[in-house]
Design a protein around this ligand. Structure first.
Ligand code: TRP
Ligand code: SF4
Length: 326
């Protein structure tokens, strides 16, 4: 790549839910790892956003933050290629949030999915999308890799940017959502893999536990006995093959299933092996980081300082544009 041409800026964040599962990897993290080679990437822990959810003890939150960052590093995020930081260490985001709040109509925020379903939503939950807009705009990110569930938030970010630029002059970049292409990974019960449903396989799950979880995973409900013919389209295991298994093998497995030539354990075996193989380098990298937790802190410290330099510069320009440059 030509060193003269600046790399497009990318920003994304995740709420700290603790150790990540395969759904997080295939839905988001894999994309982040790819982007770091070609883009100027900023990835952060959205710990303020996490406070709008279920209450956690302070100790839990800290664990969740560090477990998640270890998984980021295990997946191959390289602190020399991308900038990793923690939202709550960046009061600059809060300042921009405040300034944007002064002119953002409440009706824009109420529209966001999730808000209306709550009986007693907090003020913070109402502001959730605007805080996210501040997270993105303060880095002038051009691209925001997120899942489809976040598309509405990026859309509001664009509207906020457009409105500000119109009112005060060109200050912000209108970001684009980079929607991840991977189909949702099903969990062990066939529903979306999710921490709260307890149906996941974590990135650092022990190899034996992976085998056990997959072997006991339900299959086509109409395939009760080994001799019954099955149908992959009805089977919760099948979408995993769509992520992990090459097309030729998939054709063989599908026809073996439909004719009852193979049993479900035969069908699951290549999947078990593929997942275990995928996890191997993650486990090795994670072990290294876990033996030296100070290094993880240090990486985040460094990332926070890099992020702060960018955020400060934007804020100075925002203050000046609004007329607060005194
Ligand atoms: N709301 C995002 C999530 O729940 C996390 C997030 C916060 C985020 N700020 C962001 C994602 C900015 C992308 C850009 O996953
Ligand atoms: Fe599912 Fe495979 Fe069993 Fe068919 S053989 S029901 S696809 S696990």
């Amino acid at each position: 790549m030509n060193a003269e041409v600046p790399r497009p800026r990318v920003l994304s964040g995740m709420r700290p839910t603790g150790a990540l599962h395969l759904g997080h990897f295939h839905g988001a993290l894999k994309n982040w790892v790819r982007l770091q080679a070609t883009h100027d990437c900023f990835f952060f822990v959205a710990d303020w956003h996490a406070l709008t959810g279920e209450a956690q003890t302070p100790g839990q939150l800290e664990h969740h933050v560090y477990d998640m960052v270890v998984d980021w590093l295990a997946a191959g995020l390289d602190p020399e290629q991308c900038t990793l930081f923690i939202q709550s260490r960046m009061p600059e985001h809060a300042e921009l949030f405040t300034l944007l709040a002064m002119s953002t109509p409440v009706s824009w925020l109420e529209r966001v999915p999730g808000y209306k379903d709550q009986d007693t939503p907090s003020y913070g939950l109402l502001g959730y999308p605007l805080l996210q807009a501040a997270d993105i705009l303060i880095y002038r990110a051009q691209q925001v890799p997120v899942g489809e569930d976040q598309a509405a938030h990026v859309e509001i970010t664009r509207e906020v940017a457009r409105r500000f630029n119109h009112q005060y002059g060109n200050t912000f970049v209108e970001p684009q959502a980079l929607l991840s292409e991977t189909a949702r990974l099903p969990g062990l019960d066939g529903r979306k893999m999710s921490k709260s449903l307890g149906n996941g396989i974590s990135m650092r799950e022990a190899p034996q536990a992976v085998a056990e979880k997959l072997r006991t995973m339900p299959t086509d409900p109409q395939r009760v006995r080994r001799g019954d013919c099955g149908e992959p389209a009805r089977c919760p295991v099948w979408p995993l093959h769509e992520v992990y298994t090459d097309e030729a093998t998939r054709m063989q497995l599908a026809s073996g299933c439909r004719s009852a030539r193979i049993g479900c354990l035969d069908c699951k075996q290549p999947l078990i092996e593929a997942i275990q193989k995928e996890q191997q380098p993650w486990r090795e990298r994670a072990e290294e980081w876990l033996t030296d937790p100070k290094r993880v802190h240090w990486i985040l410290e460094l990332g926070t300082e890099r992020a702060r330099a960018v955020a400060r510069k934007t804020l100075r320009e925002v203050r000046a544009a609004i007329g607060l440059g005194y």
